[in-house]
Design a protein around this ligand. Structure first.
Ligand SMILES: Cc1cc2nc3c(=O)[nH]c(=O)nc-3n(C[C@H](O)[C@H](O)[C@H](O)COP(=O)(O)OP(=O)(O)OC[C@H]3O[C@@H](n4cnc5c(N)ncnc54)[C@H](O)[C@@H]3O)c2cc1C
Length: 325
């Protein structure tokens, strides 16, 4: 019997929200195949998270923990995950298309000589065959893809594209997987991991995002984005134009060469709606555009549009929310 391996990420000592999505989709595939969901937990002191993996749908949790795994390293994590997958008779190996997942799963699929379907936004079955939707060409088309291999099939899920199912909780069996530092070696060395900023809402996990573009005019005005985001409990995003201008760090960039986000509400202020920006946010459930140009392309995609000066509209919204809160 081939099992479904779910690579689980840990955030602030807990199972990352996006990994509950991975486990839930892994559960659907395993139930269809009559197999097991095996969560793979890699890191330093991650065993406390095993119970949460069971609560999110894992039958078994394989824990590989070592201080050498504290910093994510795609070469090392890939080698360990490959060995876990082989020892657990993987039929599918799944994870989230986070920055970590993107670094890990391409390498994993190549090292196993198998296929990868990245950034899935829907998984269905066509009889016994799996049919996976994947946005292609900057999100302009949705491809329906399947596998043509007997080897383990590798899938990454677009964060927040899947709602975790309820009622999957179970008591998972836990197994330790020894970390062999003489075997797991890398050519590159990770010298530092820089935290994106504790206390800030992560873009890829946010339900609400307020993003600013060149229409906010100058770096100092980004505080208007941050103030509205703070009132909404939202993450603050940006177009590439203002990242390239040095107004905000790259970690805020949404789009083809930035982050792909999938919030319930995306507020785009002073952003024209270039295709490369849309590629990262067009699957947001509701989009509000604030732009002084009524013909700006962003209005074609927006659920609601405000034609106006972002430097006036943003503080007005913030003020109104302050009164409500
Ligand atoms: C290979 C490649 C990859 C790229 N990747 C990305 C990416 O990942 N993310 C990304 O965002 N871009 C990306 N780009 C750049 C992209 O093509 C656009 O240049 C960029 O998105 C434009 O940013 P903007 O909308 O902030 O600026 P602009 O296009 O200059 O738009 C500014 C908007 O603000 C409006 N405006 C002006 N003043 C005000 C005001 N006071 N109030 C309200 N509205 C106002 C204007 O009407 C205009 O619509 C990429 C480009 C390439 C070639």
């Amino acid at each position: 019997m081939s099992n479904v391996i779910a690579y689980c990420e840990v955030k602030d000592g807990n199972l990352a929200g996006i990994s509950t999505e991975t486990l839930s989709e892994a559960r659907k595939i395993a139930d269809k195949a009559g197999s097991k969901v095996v969560a793979a937990l890699l890191g330093d002191a991650v065993s406390a998270v095993a119970k949460q993996c069971g609560e999110a749908g894992a039958d078994k949790v394989v824990i590989c923990q070592d201080s050498d795994l504290k910093k994510f390293h795609d070469e090392i994590h890939c080698q360990v995950l490959k060995d876990i997958a082989e020892s657990e008779s993987a039929g599918f190996i799944m994870g989230s298309a986070t920055f970590y997942g993107k670094a890990l799963f391409g390498r994993l699929a190549a090292s196993m000589g198998t296929g990868l379907i990245p950034d899935a936004t829907n998984i269905e079955f066509d009889g016994d065959n799996i049919a996976i939707e994947h946005p292609g060409y900057g999100g302009n088309i949705i491809m329906k893809l399947g596998f043509n291999t007997d080897k383990p099939k590798v899938i990454t899920l677009r964060p927040k594209a899947f709602a975790p199912q309820e009622g999957l909780s179970r008591e998972a069996e836990t197994v330790d997987f020894p970390f062999d530092s003489t075997k797991y070696q890398a050519k590159a060395k990770v010298t530092e991991m820089v935290d994106e900023g504790s206390g800030q809402v992560a873009l890829t996990e946010a339900d609400i995002i307020v993003s600013g573009g060149r229409g906010i005019k100058e770096a100092d005005n980004y505080k208007l984005i941050e103030e509205l985001a703070a009132q909404l409990g939202a993450a603050a995003g940006a177009s590439r134009a203002i990242v390239d201008a040095g107004w905000v760090p790259y970690k805020h960039q949404v789009g083809q060469t930035g982050k792909t986000v999938n919030p319930k509400l995306y507020i785009a202020a002073g952003i024209s709606g270039a295709i490369q920006h849309l590629a990262g946010m067009q699957s947001s459930k509701y989009i509000v555009a604030i732009n002084k140009d009524p013909d700006a392309p962003i209005f074609k995609l927006a659920t609601w549009g405000i034609v106006g000066n972002a430097l006036e509209v943003l503080p007005a919204l913030t003020k109104r929310l302050e009164q409500e809160n």
